[in-house]
Design a binder for this molecule. Structure first.
Ligand SMILES: Nc1ncnc2c1ncn2[C@@H]1O[C@H](COP(=O)(O)OP(=O)(O)OP(=O)(O)O)[C@@H](O)[C@H]1O
Ligand SMILES: [Mg+2]
Length: 347
C-alpha cells in the first residue's frame, strides 16, 4: 500500500483506509507488546516467580533459561536485568546474541573486558552479561567462559537463554541455575491475543482466534505475528483468512478426511488428500496437521490410538525420504482398514 498522499484538490475524497494504529511503518506487534516487566509475562508462573524473587532480593545466580521459541526467554532476561539494575542498565549490562560474533576471541576480549570494568552498583547487585541464543556458541567459546565465570563471580553474573540446553556444555550448566520454560497453553495465548485485539481494535471471530492458536502451537511470537499479518492483509480475522496467511492445510478439510477414514470411505478420503497434494503442500506439512487434528478428533479411543500409530509410521517413512502421494494414500487405506477391524479390546 502506498503511503504517498495524492493531491487531488477534492476535499470529499476520504482515505481508503481509516488511519488506524496499525499503519505499515509501525513496529511489529511482537515488539510493541513485548512485556517490560516480569509480572506481565504470560505463563511459566513458577519460574517467573523465582526470577521476581531474584529481582527483588538481588544476588542472582548465573542462570540458563531453556525452552521452545517464542515463550518469553529473551523477554524474561531483559525484564530481570531492567528490574535489577534500573537506571544503571546501560553501563551494567552486556548483551550478546547469535548475531554477534561470539567466538573464543570475543570471550577472551569483550566479555573479559566488560567483566573487569568498574561500575558502582547498590549492594547485592551485579553486572549482567546476557548471552542470548547461547546454544549457537561454539564449544571452544563455552570452554573459554568457564574460568571467566568463576574469576569475576564477585562482580558479574551471566544469564544465558537457549532452545536446547544439551547444546550448553556440562561445566557451564553446573555453574548455573537451569530454568526451563514450556510451551504456553492455548488459554494463555488466547488471553494475550484478546488483549492485543482490544487495544488494536482488531475485528475478529472466535474461529479466527482458534485458528491462530491452532497454527501457533504455544508460540506467542508466532501467534502475534499471525494475528498481525491476517489483520493487515484482510482487515478481518476469521479462520479462512488465517489459513490463507499461514498457508497450512485447512484443519477442517483434514478433519473431514479423517472422518471419512473412520467410516471406511477411502474414495472420499483420497479425494481430499489429492486436493491437498494438488495445492502443493509437502508431505511433512500434511502429516503434521493430520496428527494434530487426529489428537483432538472425536472418535473411539482405541481407534484413535491405532490411527496415531499409523500416522507415526507414515511420518517416519516421510522422514526417511519417501515423499509420494502413493505413500500418503497407503496411509489412508490402512486407516480405513483399522476402522473396519473389530475392536479387540471390547471383545
Ligand atoms: N510469555 C510471554 N508473555 C507475553 N508475550 C510473550 C511471551 N513469550 C513471547 N511473547 C511475545 O513474543 C515475542 C518474542 O518473545 P521472546 O523474544 O522472549 O522469545 P524467546 O523465548 O526468546 O524465543 P527464541 O527462543 O526464539 O529466542 C515478545 O516480543 C512478546 O511479544
Ligand atoms: Mg530469544
Amino acid at each position: 500500500m502506498s503511503e504517498e498522499k495524492m493531491e487531488t484538490g477534492d476535499s470529499t475524497i476520504q482515505p481508503s483506509k481509516p488511519e488506524s494504529s496499525s499503519s505499515p511503518g509501525e513496529a511489529p506487534w511482537v515488539e510493541k507488546y513485548r512485556p517490560s516487566k516480569l509480572c506481565d509475562i504470560v505463563g511459566n508462573e513458577q519460574t517467573i516467580t523465582r526470577l521476581e524473587v531474584f529481582a527483588r532480593e538481588g544476588n542472582v545466580p548465573n542462570v540458563i533459561i531453556a525452552g521452545p521459541p517464542g515463550t518469553g526467554k529473551t523477554t524474561s532476561i531483559l525484564c530481570l536485568a531492567r528490574a535489577m539494575l534500573g537506571p544503571s542498565y546501560r553501563e551494567a549490562v552486556l548483551e550478546l546474541n547469535a548475531s554477534n560474533d561470539r567466538g573464543i576471541d570475543v570471550v577472551r576480549n569483550k566479555i573479559k573486558m566488560f567483566a573487569q570494568q568498574k561500575v558502582t552498583l547498590p549492594p547485592g547487585r551485579h553486572k549482567i552479561i546476557i548471552l542470548d541464543e547461547a546454544d549457537s556458541m561454539t564449544d571452544g567459546a563455552q570452554q573459554a567462559l568457564r574460568r571467566t565465570m568463576e574469576i569475576y563471580s564477585k562482580t558479574t553474573r551471566f544469564a544465558l537463554a537457549c532452545n536446547a540446553s544439551d547444546k550448553i556444555i556440562e561445566p557451564i550448566q553446573s555453574r548455573c541455575a537451569v530454568l526451563r520454560y514450556s510451551k504456553l497453553s492455548d488459554a494463555q495465548v488466547t488471553k494475550r491475543l484478546l488483549e492485543v485485539c482490544e487495544s488494536e481494535t482488531v475485528s475478529y471471530t472466535d474461529d479466527g482466534l482458534e485458528a491462530i492458536i491452532f497454527t501457533a502451537q504455544g508460540d506467542m511470537r508466532q501467534a502475534l505475528n499471525n494475528l498481525q499479518s491476517t489483520f493487515q492483509g484482510f482487515e478481518h480475522v476469521n479462520s479462512e483468512n488465517v489459513f490463507k496467511v499461514c498457508d497450512e492445510p485447512h484443519p477442517l478439510l483434514v478433519k473431514d478426511m479423517l472422518q471419512h477414514c473412520v467410516v471406511g470411505n477411502i474414495d472420499e478420503a483420497y479425494k481430499i488428500m489429492a486436493h491437498l497434494w494438488k495445492l502443493g503442500y509437502s508431505p511433512e506439512d500434511i502429516i503434521g496437521i493430520i496428527f494434530r487434528v487426529c489428537k483432538n478428533h472425536d472418535m473411539p479411543e482405541y481407534l484413535k490410538l491405532e490411527f496415531i500409530k499409523e500416522i507415526g509410521y507414515t511420518h517416519m517413512r516421510i522422514a526417511e525420504g519417501i515423499h509420494s502421494l502413493l505413500q500418503m494414500s497407503g496411509m489412508l487405506a490402512r486407516l480405513c482398514k483399522k476402522s473396519a477391524e473389530p475392536n479387540v479390546l471390547a471383545s
